[in-house]
Design a protein around this ligand. Structure first.
Ligand code: GDP
Ligand code: MN
Length: 397
């Protein structure tokens, strides 16, 4: 689950990570009030107004702006709230901004230069260990840094039985070329950040930029936090941070029904039981010359109600030109699934406007094919994988 910047920073701060202070607002008036409050708390007289959407590159799209007075805060908030923000990470139509984060300005002049760093914490799936990835080249597109100047990206891998060591924290500060107070601040920052990552059950932290201020403090200016969905059951307070306005509406609906659904760009909808079989089915669709319109794992119980719900979700996608049902009847018998499909089809016949190919394999597969063939419905049954692929190919032609 992705979080907004302000929510990610809230979590970071709760573990002692220093952040750029801010208050979230959903109207120009509350943005102005937030700015007043920030001045009381931090003494700042300049502010940054930051669009809160689940996408990076907001600065490039005009979603991050500096304000030098309360009036300016109000007028900038007026522009940003309600706008369609288009960034390199959004679709062409962009994302609607519902809220802004009003922050203190932390790029103030002082004794030394400010520096921006990149830092992320994530799981290295190759080694099965968490790692901290960091770079002196902060505030920029890290993919570009990785491509053009890979030697400027460093990593520290963390041994889970030992945790982040003091040496590693110091090594990070050293590689970022810090000295004196800033060096110490960075080691403290890194330790708190790693603790926050582990104890919040996150799967990704990306802090770009981490800022060394002109008075040698080290703070998180931006925060992209992704929480591990599988751990949300024990992180109720975090689970409540979910903002469904940022998510694909069909996916939100599917989730409420307990379906594992991921919307994709293709034209063949698929309904499968089991994630592995779903992946294989998507390959099958590609081999047949189609493109999967979704990933959908209906799970163990493929009864009429379940099948109907799944059809309903798939049919919400206007790009779907055909549906392939590929179900393995292990615990659930194929004839029961077939009856479920027939019942579901009859219940929603008026909504079904695309060809359906059903492949059932496993216990009573032949009987299931008979049930479908004899139903008189416009459903094509197949037993073999290749047979199903050929039928998909034929309807797409
Ligand atoms: P992103 O564009 O979505 O990654 O949003 P960021 O939170 O990273 O902000 C974009 C840029 O705004 C940063 O890289 C900074 O250069 C700038 N910025 C953020 N906070 C401040 C601030 O307090 N003062 C000034 N002057 N610039 C800031
Ligand atoms: Mn950023």
């Amino acid at each position: 689950m992705n979080l907004h910047e302000y929510q990610g920073k809230e979590i970071l701060a709760s573990f002692g990570v220093d952040i750029q202070r801010g208050i979230v607002a959903d109207s120009p008036e509350s943005a102005a009030q937030a700015a007043l409050k920030l001045t009381e708390e931090t003494g700042t007289s300049w502010y940054v107004i930051k669009a809160q959407v689940h996408a990076g590159g907001r600065g490039k799209g005009g979603g991050v702006k500096l304000a030098k007075s309360i009036n300016e805060v109000k007028s900038i908030a007026e522009q940003i709230i309600g706008m369609q923000l288009i960034t390199p990470q959004t679709s062409a139509e962009g994302k609607t901004v519902h809220q802004v984060l009003v922050t203190e300005d932390v790029y103030y002049p002082g004794e030394s230069e400010t520096s921006e760093f990149y830092m992320s914490v994530l799981l290295n799936r190759g080694t099965g260990r968490n790692m901290i990835m960091y770079s002196t080249e902060g505030g920029m597109d890290i993919e570009e840094v990785a491509e053009k100047t890979p030697h400027l990206i460093f990593t520290e891998e963390i041994d889970p039985s030992v945790g982040l060591t003091g040496f590693q924290a110091r090594n990070i500060a050293f590689n970022l070329k810090l000295e004196g107070k800033a060096f110490k601040e960075m080691t403290r920052f890194v330790s708190a950040l790693y603790k926050a990552y582990e104890q919040s059950d996150s799967s990704l932290f990306e802090i770009n930029p981490v800022l060394k201020t002109s008075d040698d403090r080290v703070i998180a200016v931006d925060a992209k936090v992704t929480l591990d969905d599988n751990a949300l059951f024990r992180r109720k307070a975090y689970a409540e941070m979910r903002d469904t306005r940022e998510e694909n509406p069909i996916e939100v609906e599917a989730k409420a029904l307990g379906l594992n659904y991921v919307d994709l760009d293709g034209n063949v909808g698929c309904m499968v039981n089991g994630a592995g079989l779903a992946m294989a089915t998507m390959d099958l669709i590609k081999m047949a010359g189609g493109e999967p319109a979704n990933f959908l794992d209906v799970g163990g119980t493929a009864d009429a109600k379940r099948v109907e719900e799944a059809f309903g979700i798939i049919l919400k996608d206007p790009n779907v030109k055909a549906i392939l049902v590929n179900i393995f009847g292990g615990i659930v018998r194929c004839d029961r699934v077939a009856n479920g499909i027939v019942d579901a089809y009859k219940n929603m016949a008026d909504q079904i406007n695309v060809p359906i190919i059903v492949r059932l394999q496993g216990t009573n597969a032949e009987l299931a094919k008979e049930i479908i063939d004899q139903s008189g419905l416009e459903v094509q049954a197949a037993v073999q994988f290749q047979e199903a692929a050929d039928k998909v190919k034929a309807v797409l032609a």
